[in-house]
Design a binder for this molecule. Structure first.
Ligand SMILES: *[C@@H]1O[C@H](CO)[C@@H](O)[C@H](O)[C@H]1NC(C)=O
Ligand SMILES: *[C@@H]1O[C@H](CO)[C@@H](O)[C@H](O)[C@H]1NC(C)=O
Ligand SMILES: *[C@@H]1O[C@H](CO)[C@@H](O)[C@H](O)[C@H]1NC(C)=O
Ligand SMILES: *[C@@H]1O[C@H](CO)[C@@H](O)[C@H](O)[C@H]1NC(C)=O
Ligand SMILES: *[C@@H]1O[C@H](CO)[C@@H](O)[C@H](O)[C@H]1NC(C)=O
Ligand SMILES: [Ca+2]
Ligand SMILES: [Ca+2]
Ligand SMILES: [Ca+2]
Length: 579
């Protein structure tokens, strides 16, 4: 359970798959970090929350741990939680009772390890002993106190060996695999289950026993059945023709594909997970679904969103619009023809080595696609404290070229690819640095700067360069990102492909911020509060509108003409079977 409360999952925006990239680096399953890495962060967040609960409910720290375990969904998970608490509680409780900070308590039980010169700290001591003395001595003493509390040293257990947690680990293992639907009987890469890369990610397979029936299939004039899953089928008895041939077959239809990273998958951790005052037995109710979707919300995303937030009000809220919905409003025949091929932590290496192969399209049988290639930051974002782990412009060019060449071999003629440049992540620090993170909501004792420094101290940040209090690093990272964008622009301007035309577009971030501010908003309101890194629901909504407007203005030839039969389709087929 330690792994799953709150912020731990922030780290899932990093590569999870185990593979060697062409820089010869191994992507570990989760980054190792230093000073205890992820277990240390998990311990600090959980002890920090538990310690806040003691104040909120006027109870002992032991009672607060019980309370936290009781909030987890399912008896089995609660039982495991109690076992883990029993393992660590003696030392932690003694240290917290002595007014030590959550960090010192976690060093005490060896969840955090003193490996580098610094002691990694998150909270400003307020209800705790201030750090007047040498922090290293505090840590040494804490280890003795914790040991004395139970006469046995502490060791972080291998959580994935615990049966109920093993199930969760298995789900997480899937995150790094082939990015295909878990349940796809006919192997056409479409499914009729929602989570696990199912219909939340790609249009529903309306016949999962026939691989020739799926969203995006070009229709023939004579099929009475719904062979492309767009909810349009049958014969118009007044004319003797199928509705599909009358209203769709001769209109230009383009499916929507987005290939990118956590930003376009719409990564979001419910803020309640990290807010002590809001934790309750209801908080983690949707956790199973959220885990199965990799903490992503593609069905609410700027690229492929089609739902509203009413089902998950507690976890996520805000308006929704998407490129898919725009395309569908132009031609209702493309209903369900969307694919969100985004993976948390994806950079150009992972895209070319693995992710791009999850595209579902048959060049000679399917309709053309509109692909947005949006690898917005991970080529410069990782946990390492240096520039050498950032992709070079030459390598970026080469990777993107390989991706485009692969797409050329896979997409039907007449397709379109829009390659989006990198974002300027400097905005994150500028907008957030002195604001309070949800973990510090009770006592205003955690700013985003403190969170960034803490994650960097553990070397587990999803983006050392931009999530950094050092301005030199932020501008070096932006400079590299802009160089990569230039390389991509250069590539798109000097290369042609057989089956699609490729366009370059700057990431619409600046325009989104501008419009939001013009309407009286502030930039921090567009950023995910828990991770301080991703665009939130409002940003997704606005991005869809602005990206679409940019396309219409800059490249109007991309936008297909409106299907004159849309109204007839709506009248006859209603919601076309929904999703
Ligand atoms: C907290 O609980 C203790 C007893 O456990 C009680 O003496 C004290 O008055 C309570 N404080 C508040 C603010 O309720
Ligand atoms: C730890 O061991 C010492 C000496 O053996 C003993 O005095 C003490 O009571 C023990 N403490 C605990 C919590 O078992
Ligand atoms: C939101 O979705 C639900 C279920 O999909 C639907 O019943 C409801 O009408 C939708 N609300 C809005 C405002 O679109
Ligand atoms: C990046 O954004 C920051 C503001 O957050 C701005 O000061 C800087 O000039 C931008 N850099 C580039 C290259 O656009
Ligand atoms: C910021 O980072 C640069 C590059 O590592 C370093 O030279 C500089 O001393 C740092 N500045 C501060 C204020 O720490
Ligand atoms: Ca299928
Ligand atoms: Ca099928
Ligand atoms: Ca159909």
């Amino acid at each position: 359970m330690l792994q799953f409360l709150c912020l731990i999952v922030l780290l899932s925006s990093v590569p999870l798959s185990s593979c060697h990239d062409s820089r010869g680096q191994t992507h570990g399953r989760l980054r190792d970090g230093v000073n205890g890495g992820i277990p240390c962060a998990a311990c600090v967040f959980i002890v920090g929350l538990a310690e806040q609960l003691t104040e909120i409910y006027n109870e002992s720290i032991a009672q607060s741990f019980d309370r936290l375990c009781g909030y987890l969904p399912g008896q089995e998970l609660q039982d495991v939680c109690k076992i883990l608490v029993d393992e660590f509680a003696p030392g932690i409780i003694r240290l917290i009772e002595q007014k030590e900070t959550p960090e010192v308590a976690c060093y005490g039980v060896k969840a955090c390890k003193h490996q580098t010169a610094e002691v990694c700290r998150l909270f400003t001591p307020q209800a705790h002993k201030p750090f007047l003395t040498n922090p290293a001595n505090r840590v040494k003493r804490a280890i003795q106190v914790a040991f004395a509390a139970r006469n046995r040293s502490y060791k972080f257990p291998d959580l994935c060996k615990i049966p109920i947690i093993k199930q969760i680990c298995d789900i997480i293992d899937r995150w790094g695999e082939d990015h295909l639907p878990a349940d796809d009987l006919d192997g056409d890469y479409f499914s009729d289950l929602k989570t696990m890369r199912g219909t939340f990610w790609r249009g529903k397979d309306c016949d999962d026993l026939n691989k020739n029936i799926h969203p995006g299939r070009r229709t023939t004039d004579d099929s009475v059945f719904d062979t492309n899953c767009n909810g349009i089928y049958g014969i118009d008895t007044s004319t003797g023709h199928t509705y599909e041939s009358q209203w769709c077959s001769h209109t230009p239809q383009m499916g929507i594909v987005i290939m990118g990273d956590s930003a376009s998958a719409h990564f979001h951790i419910p803020p309640d997970y990290c807010t002590a005052t809001r934790l309750s037995v209801e908080t983690f109710q949707n956790l199973p679904m959220i885990l199965e979707d990799e903490f992503d919300w593609p069905m609410l995303s700027a690229a492929t969103g089609y739902m509203n937030d009413t089902l998950w009000k507690r976890d996520i809220s805000g308006p929704m619009n998407s490129i898919y919905l725009k395309m569908r409003s132009i031609n209702r025949c493309v209903h369900r023809d969307y694919q969100n091929l985004c993976v948390n932590g994806a950079d150009t290496f992972e895209m070319k080595d693995n992710i791009m192969k999850s595209l579902a399209r048959v060049a000679d049988l399917d309709n053309p696609v509109f692909i947005t290639l949006a690898l917005l930051g991970n080529d410069v974002c990782n946990e390492y404290h240096d520039l050498s782990h950032m992709t070079t412009p030459e390598q970026f060019y080469q990777n993107q070229l390989e991706i485009l060449q692969y797409l050329d071999s896979r997409v039907p003629p007449g397709s379109t690819v829009v390659a989006v440049g990198m974002v300027n992540g400097s905005v994150l620090y500028d907008a957030l640095h002195d604001r309070i993170h949800p973990l510090g909501a009770l006592r205003n004792d955690v700013t985003y700067t403190q969170l960034y420094d803490f994650l960097n101290c553990l070397q587990i940040s999803p983006c050392f360069g931009w999530m950094n209090s050092n301005a030199t690093w932020r501008s070096l990272t932006t400079e590299r990102a802009m160089n990569l964008s230039r390389a991509l622009k250069d590539l798109t301007e000097n290369t042609t492909f057989k089956n699609f035309k490729v366009y370059y577009m700057d990431a619409p971030v600046d325009k989104v911020l501008e419009e939001w501010q013009q309407n009286g908003g502030e930039i921090w309101q567009l950023i995910e509060p828990v991770d301080g890194f991703h665009p939130n629901q409002h940003a997704n909504d606005l991005t869809a509108k602005i990206f679409w407007d940019m396309l219409v203005q800059k490249y109007p030839e991309i936008i297909p003409p409106v299907n004159p039969f849309n109204n007839l389709i709506e009248e006859r087929f209603g919601d076309q079977g929904g999703y």
